[in-house]
Design a protein around this ligand. Sequence first.
Ligand code: HEM
Ligand SMILES: *[C@@H]1O[C@H](CO)[C@@H](O)[C@H](O)[C@H]1NC(C)=O
Length: 534
Amino acid sequence: MGLLASVAGPLAERMADTPSSYIVVGSLASFFVLTIVLNVLRQLLFKNPNEPPVVFHWVPFIGSTITYGIDPYKFFFACREKYGDVFTFILLGKKTTVCLGTKGNEFILNGKLKDVNAEEIYSPLTTPVFGKDVVYDCPNSKLMEQKKFVKFGLTTEALRSYVTLITGEVNDFVSHHKGFQGSKGKINLPPAMAELTLYTASRSLQGKEVRERFDSTFAELYHDLDMGFTPINFMLPWAPLPQNRKRDFAQRKMTRTYMDIIEARKAAGGKKDSEDMIWNLMSSKYKDGTPIPDAEVAHMMIALLMAGQHSSSATVSWIILRLASRPDITEDLLQEQKDILGADLPNLTYEDLSRLPLHSQVVRETLRLHSPIHSIMRKVKSPLQVEGTNYIIPTSHVLLAAPGVTSKQSEFFPDPAHWEPHRWDAGHALAPQGGAGKVDEEEEKVDYGYGLVSKGAGSPYLPFGAGRHRCIGEQFAYVQLQTILVAMVRLFRFRNPDGSDKVVGTDYSSLFSRPLDSAVVEWERREKGENEKE
Ligand code: HEM
Ligand SMILES: *[C@@H]1O[C@H](CO)[C@@H](O)[C@H](O)[C@H]1NC(C)=O
């Protein structure tokens, strides 16, 4: 986390400027030492047996922020070793109780509405970016309705049209992007894939007017808005920083753009002529019969853009990085396409996607190791007993679920660090254990107001979360990721520049984790005729 360094660095420099400031620095230092001593003594002498153990830390307020921020999984696994599945650490002054294991996932993600709350945690960060009256800036019952509109808008008809549009965008992108010219080359994936997924998601889910604007003004607005999710915003989302002013300006401008699109559509007769989410939301009504106000449609579209973009673009990058480390899998994928769709590789359809199991396994396995969301947080609303322990979590705590931990545990996934899409093949030696391979459809269902979802959160594999806040973008994400994968495999072979099977590390510093810059792969264009019909 560069956050603390960026605050402390300039401060220390300024203090060192003048001689008199030595005194200030001196007394600050002794104050600092005293605070540390008191903090350590308190941890050693006063342990509350009715609360989870507190992760040992030297400095108050900072606590374990830095260790957690650099590599949350390393931190969680180390703490698990020392304290068990339930422990509390200090995150920027906040007592944060982590509950690991399948029970921990269940405890937090399926917590009752009266006990755990998401919006109080997320809203300071998300409301300035998304806008008012949507997602976490409204009562949970309203969010459930908004999630229903989106989920029900992802109809088979819509998804079918998206497959064609996304394929078109990928082919356009690689023919124009400077990193993909010629018959072979190298490319730094994260920025290129971020651009690609903006085009694919905007052309499909967001609608063609939004896609057109990405060629000009929208990209910059998107970037400024995105700055609202940088680490400093975890602490100071309301601070009058230049980047926050830019964020707020971009938020208003983008809302205006969406509202203009809606108005133009209404003025042109208001008849749906494509399958996109704007049309769907324009025609949706809340339970009390009121249509969604245009500003709310705009804010929801921004929320979908932001929620989908980071998770999808990081996942596409990871998929290709992993393929570069395992060229054999790329060939398996191409073979699967030829075997099932035909040697001439016809244009992909939505129906084809469910006939390509290895392609979905590549996505599934990538999300197992590279789930874009490492921490899911909730505010404790009433004192909560952790089942099977004496621990009562007080309302001053924040709860943190990290289902990415169970998906990396060897008791569920043999040789867990090994990326192996074939582990999801029936009967594979590395097949998921202990219910981890069970598909969603077999489980008991419940409806929180946005359609049926699995009742239990007991699976060790939950990249899309569980419970009332579960992702509604999963289907769209799979369609987008698989479609991009199909197209990429047809076009290229990938390998690591040094030919190794290594993969880059992860940058966990933002809300969404992603590959560290720079994550370069080598690509080689497949020969014309090798797989295309003339
Ligand atoms: C690989 C892709 C994705 C992953 C791994 C992912 C993961 C998640 C997770 C873990 C949650 C639960 C958060 C929590 O409980 O606090 C979530 C919620 C959500 N996601 Fe996704 N997501 C993905 C793509 C998308 C896309 C494409 C969209 C939009 C089209 C989307 C929209 C949402 C929404 C609206 C929520 C609900 C938030 C709530 O109810 O509090 N996601 N997602
Ligand atoms: C396949 O897709 C291309 C590009 O979108 C299109 O030009 C072509 O007509 C399609 N072919 C068939 C058989 O649909």
